[in-house]
Design a protein around this ligand. Sequence first.
Ligand SMILES: Cc1cc2nc3c(=O)[nH]c(=O)nc-3n(C[C@H](O)[C@H](O)[C@H](O)COP(=O)(O)O)c2cc1C
Length: 349
Amino acid sequence: MIAELGGQALRLLPPEAAHVATIRLLSKGIGVPGRAPVMAPSLKVTLPKSGLVFPSPVGLAAGFDKNCEAPEAMARFGFGFVECGTATPKPQAGNPKPRLFRLEDDLAVINRMGFNNFGLDFFVRRLARYSHAVPIGANVGANKDSEDRAQDYVTGIEAVAPHADYITINISSPNTPGLRGLQDKASLTALLGRCGAADRKGKPVFLKVAPDLDPEAISDICGVVRGEGAWLSGLIVSNTTLARPESLKSSHRGETGGLSGAPLFHPSTEVLRAFARNLGGAFDLIGAGGIASGADAYAKLRAGAHAVQLYSMLVYEGPGLAARIAKELVALSQRDGFAAIGEATGKDL
Ligand SMILES: Cc1cc2nc3c(=O)[nH]c(=O)nc-3n(C[C@H](O)[C@H](O)[C@H](O)COP(=O)(O)O)c2cc1C
């Protein structure tokens, strides 16, 4: 696709211009395979609490397709599910450019986009047209200038619920000032109370959390999720990190924003493991952060994830990555004697 479709030429553009061009091409079907790869039956997963069924546990993470313009294309590249958004009630320009940086030597990305998006009306129109070739998640957020952020989530949930297969409440972007404060015990309790009363049309709802959480914060979040959030289907672990590992080599390492890609793999997997241990299978878990190979995806599953998502490594590997990872997962699960990939979930806990 993009790698095949002149990915090298696109790589010469500044990162955000390359991304906008990519989405434009994909939304027109340019460079998109005629049909999706056939998935091995052993890759099919059923998430226990939500009942969601994915033909492969490898999904597209939010932020790649913020306005739901190219979900069909991403399904054709072999993702087992696609998540679009984050969409906010009102359209929003986001932070000043430049706000997206490639850290090539680190196989990483830093972004401080700030929820740039065309708003919920546009998003829902696109979502309503999607064929559901694979399940779609709608990721909702709050406007930067909102006076009642919880209401923004309620508005988002109710707008997307008729058309989405699942909904994600994103309270973990580091690029909207104060947003991560919604992860604090009292704020999260209030937020989940309000969102739990929203009309979600029976659709599963996930809470997306940050990787920058100490054991006490993880335990607090799990407590609230079991209590006021018992209606949730599960968690997505994790968003980008504010941490800057010493090992970063690229000149852009000092840019403000969230770091994702390879350096996020280990910390996000450990936070996922901590959530899995605490929640003990009572909630579905989707693992994200730095997945670059079948082995990475497999490690997230073994650490407790029922499915995984990726975004940043598409920048370096192109969209064929999803199908490659799916193939590698089949080989890994066969090696370990699993009849279905879902049997790997939690094996390393
Ligand atoms: C440029 C960029 C924009 C992103 N925008 C969003 C977003 O709008 N909403 C969201 O929930 N996550 C967003 N993310 C986070 C990803 O969905 C994912 O959680 C994170 O990047 C870790 O996965 P990765 O290392 O495979 O990219 C964004 C990530 C990147 C790199």
